[in-house]
Design a protein around this ligand. Structure first.
Ligand SMILES: Nc1nc2c(c(=O)[nH]1)N[C@H]1C(S)=C(S)[C@@H](COP(=O)(O)OP(=O)(O)OC[C@H]3O[C@@H](n4cnc5c(=O)[nH]c(N)nc54)[C@H](O)[C@@H]3O)O[C@H]1N2
Ligand SMILES: Nc1nc2c(c(=O)[nH]1)N[C@H]1C(S)=C(S)[C@@H](COP(=O)(O)OP(=O)(O)OC[C@H]3O[C@@H](n4cnc5c(=O)[nH]c(N)nc54)[C@H](O)[C@@H]3O)O[C@H]1N2
Ligand code: SF4
Ligand SMILES: [Mo]
Length: 740
């Protein structure tokens, strides 16, 4: 095979890159000098995160678990086993006893097929993916207000047009480095940068104004900014009158949030709140960038609606460089949601409960479709333990490491009748499966990804997949046929994409593979071949709500609960609070997130020698005051304990975190912080868990205790099962029968 142009497999920035190959191996990654987003640059992960592709630990054949050992089997045996089990479970308990998790690492084509498999071949809307743990509040919050849950502008507009950039709850420099580059370029042009974050991350260090918001307190901060804007008459009355509903309610709701009172509640100086409000409202073009520091809360939807309210009252939307920019996380998470890998909407965002939408897809797929929204990913463990879900097929997710409260999740997996995992590797989740299927991955398959700007770009195969690894579209097509559903007659990803273009023409008809070969991606909606795509949404104040106007909604906040008098003053206020507050027993707050060198559960980045050398072990960011109080020095071990579990890692003693806050990542099984996080108290609108706050206790630990803890976790995550499975894969001939 030859060198090809493709898209980075990691974050939603969607950098364009050349895969340089030799002897069926990727040997180097070069940045695309002509791409409008990455302009010839890549971050660490883009440059060095490709070694996993040729790793000897890659799954090369289906593996079936027999008596706690995995044995290699042929595809024929694997699909026979799986179709028989699924048929039995569906006959006994109905289609809703089966759930499917799709992946934001798969192409648009694969996500389309996966949800079509769940809906048309199985007959259930139990399909979801990691966006539930990520930007679900963006979908719920922006759909409520703008009618469309997506980034409204493009990345290059930041450096070209934005005069003020307000980053709220995004560690842009580490998590979207090539977007951070556009922010820094904007500053060089004279734009102002405001950062709101509890941690003094790299962007905070670069900021013209840093607002150190306490964890979970964005609603009061944003309400106070709106309070100032309205008090000083900086809101855009004409825009509000013509293009929005609900301003009066929001104006009334923010009356109680004067900068002085919010300063008292949050410790952010009132003058800084006033300054931020004036800069943002007076800018020729202002953009808000936000990510998990806004979404991963019990009040995630309320936070997102507050951001939307702020943009609307100042009219900072629908123009170059002015808009609301949720920075989507995974390479194709925008696409996975757009193409219907969610329990409540079909491709194109049409609700499954809508009869007209159902009729459209029933006709296209030639199958009856369910009108019941399915189980959401964050509710799966409960649904399994309640006996409602008996089988789970997870394609490219590692929930044993990424779902909150791992102990609870593991308990659910122990109870499930059938767990099937499709992945590149024998992950922590796969080790608990009944059947593991080898997937082809990035670098090995063709298709398209949709980045955070809604830009659809071509992904191209550079090397052959190892052994018998297959693309998801091949797997679900063949499984569907065995289940008696024959609506998957595709010969290639392009065939699948052309069906998408026909089924949702209003978004995709104009985006052909031919065009993607010559243009640097196209932003949906792009309804015809001569349409240029839509880089900016809501131009001219046109929103996609039923009224055509944006809907402002009052958002109230109280750390504990909102007084009844305030609650009653509005028809349907959104009310924010913190689910698990610190107390005497658990006086700290554990907050979790990412570091620049690693990606999620490390299945890929921890196989890159360069990245692993940069960040070889887990660390906890720990404030110097707390370190002093506990007698802990930089590099010594601390133990963090919550009501769910504990983990031990070295302390990085740093002012990056405020006192009484400890930050850890979820990249390392050795100190897996999801054993500590909270799976209860989900956001009432979209069911995202509160990954960013868990009440915690911190104590000093020792190297001996740390070593013992790693050994315990090695057993819990079944590291030895992975080694044995790889050995079996390399030494045994796959069996063609799946008899148990
Ligand atoms: N290196 C790397 N990059 C990645 C990923 C990765 O694993 N590694 N994952 C990708 C994915 S899927 C995603 S979703 C994105 C996530 O990208 P981000 O959301 O930028 O990443 P997080 O580390 O979750 O942290 C978000 C920021 O929110 C802040 N924060 C926490 N609580 C609050 C709060 O109450 N208010 C405010 N205002 N801020 C708060 C944190 O201190 C942190 O700076 O990154 C993507 N890019
Ligand atoms: N504590 C805490 N937990 C969190 C978060 C947090 O901030 N704090 N963030 C949450 C967020 S935002 C997210 S997005 C989730 C991510 O949660 P997950 O999606 O579960 O995490 P990943 O490690 O990205 O898992 C992706 C899996 O897909 C595999 N894979 C890669 N490419 C392919 C492919 O082409 N095909 C197949 N079949 N498999 C493939 C990888 O090997 C890996 O095992 O984690 C969430 N969990
Ligand atoms: S910024 Fe994101 S898309 Fe670009 S190279 Fe880095 S990880 Fe890849
Ligand atoms: Mo994410």
């Amino acid at each position: 095979m030859t060198d090809v142009m493709s898209v980075c497999p990691y974050c939603g920035t969607g950098c364009s890159m050349k895969l340089v190959t030799k002897n069926n191996q990727i040997v180097e990654i070069d940045a695309d000098p002509d791409h409008p987003v990455n302009e010839g640059e890549l971050c660490l992960k883009g440059l060095y995160g490709f070694k996993h592709v040729s790793s000897s630990a890659r799954l090369t054949t289906p593996m079936l678990r027999r008596n706690d050992q995995f044995v290699p089997v042929t595809w024929n045996a694997a699909l026979d086993f799986l179709s028989k089990k699924l048929t039995d479970i569906r006959r006994e308990s109905g289609p809703d006893a089966i759930a499917v998790l799709s992946t934001a690492r798969s192409t648009n084509e694969e996500n389309y097929i996966t949800q079509k498999f769940a809906r048309a071949a199985l007959g259930t809307n139990n399909i979801d993916h990691c966006a539930r743990l990520c930007h679900a509040p963006t979908t719920s919050g922006l759909t409520m207000t703008f009618g469309t849950g997506a980034m409204t502008n493009t990345i290059p507009e930041l450096s070209q047009h934005s005069d003020v950039i307000f980053i709220c709850g995004s560690n842009t420099a580490e998590c979207h480095p090539l977007i951070a580059r556009h922010v820094i370029k904007a500053q060089a042009r004279g734009a102002k940068l405001i950062v709101a974050d509890p941690r003094e991350n790299e962007m905070a260090k670069h900021a013209d104004l840093f607002l150190r918001v306490p964890l979970g307190h964005d609603i009061p901060l944003l309400n106070a900014m709106m309070h100032v804007i309205i008090r000083e008459g900086l809101h855009k009355a004409e825009f509000l009158r013509e293009h929005t509903n609900g301003f009066d309610d929001v104006a009334r709701a923010v009356e109680d949030y004067s900068p002085e009172s919010v300063a008292q509640m949050t410790g952010i100086p009132a003058d800084d709140i006033v300054k931020a409000a004036r800069w943002y409202a007076n800018a020729g073009a202002a953009a808000v960038l936000y990510a998990m520091g806004v979404t991963q809360f019990t009040c995630g939807t309320g936070n997102v609606v507050s951001v939307a309210n702020l943009a609307l009252i100042t009219g900072q939307i629908g123009r170059p460089g002015a808009g609301v920019c949720p920075l989507r996380g995974q390479s194709n998470v925008q696409g996975a949601g757009d193409l219907g890998a969610v329990p409540n909407t079909f491709p194109g965002g049409y609700p499954v409960s809508d009869a007209e939408a159902r009729a459209r897809f029933e006709k296209a797929w030639n199958a009856p479709l369910s009108d019941r929204p399915g189980v959401r990913a964050s509710e799966l463990a409960h649904a399994i333990l309640d006996g409602k879900v008996r089988a789970l097929i997870t394609d490219g997710e590692n929930p044993m490491m990424t779902d909150p409260n791992t102990g609870h999740f593991a308990h659910a997996l122990d109870k499930i009748d059938l767990l099937v995992v499709t992945d590149l590797f024998m992950t922590e989740t796969a080790r608990r499966a009944h059947l593991v299927l080898p997937a082809s991955g990035w670098g090995e398959k063709d298709g398209t990804f949709t980045n955070t700007e809604r830009r659809i770009q071509r992904l191209r195969a550079a090397v052959k997949p190892p052994g018998e690894a297959k693309a998801a579209w091949w797997i679900f097509k063949n499984l569907s046929e065995r289940l008696g559903y024959h609506g998957m007659e595709y010969g290639s990803p392009e065939d699948v994409w052309n069906e998408v273009r026909e089924v949702v023409p209003e978004h995709y008809a104009g985006i052909s593979y031919r065009r993607l070969d010559t243009e640097p991606g196209l932003c949906w909606p792009c309804p015809s071949e001569d349409h240029p795509g839509t880089p900016i949404l809501h131009v001219g104040g046109h929103f996609h709500t039923p009224t055509g106007k944006a809907e402002l909604k009052p958002v109230l906040f109280h750390p504990v609960s909102v007084p009844e008098s305030q609650r009653k003053a509005f028809e349907a206020p959104i009310i924010g609070h913190i689910a698990e507050r610190p107390d005497e027993d658990y006086p700290f707050m554990l907050t979790t997130g990412r570091i620049v060198a690693h990606y999620h559960t490390g299945t890929m980045t921890r196989r890159s020698p360069v990245l692993e050398q940069i960040a070889p072990e887990p660390l906890y960011e720990f404030n110097p005051d707390d370190a002093k109080a506990l007698g802990v020095r930089d590099g010594e071990y601390i133990k963090v304990t919550t009501r769910r579990g504990s983990a031990i890692a070295k302390a990085w003693v740093t002012e990056r975190v405020p006192p009484k806050v400890v930050f850890g990542s979820f990249h390392y099984w050795e100190a897996a912080n999801n054993e500590l996080t909270n799976a209860e108290n989900l956001d009432p609108y979209c069911a995202i868990p509160e990954f960013k706050i868990s009440a915690a206790r911190v104590s000093k630990s020792t190297p001996g205790e740390a070593q013992a803890s790693v050994e315990e976790k090695r057993k819990f995550y079944r590291q030895e099962v992975e080694l044995a499975a790889i050995r079996a894969m390399h030494t045994q001939k796959p069996a063609d029968v799946a008899a148990e």
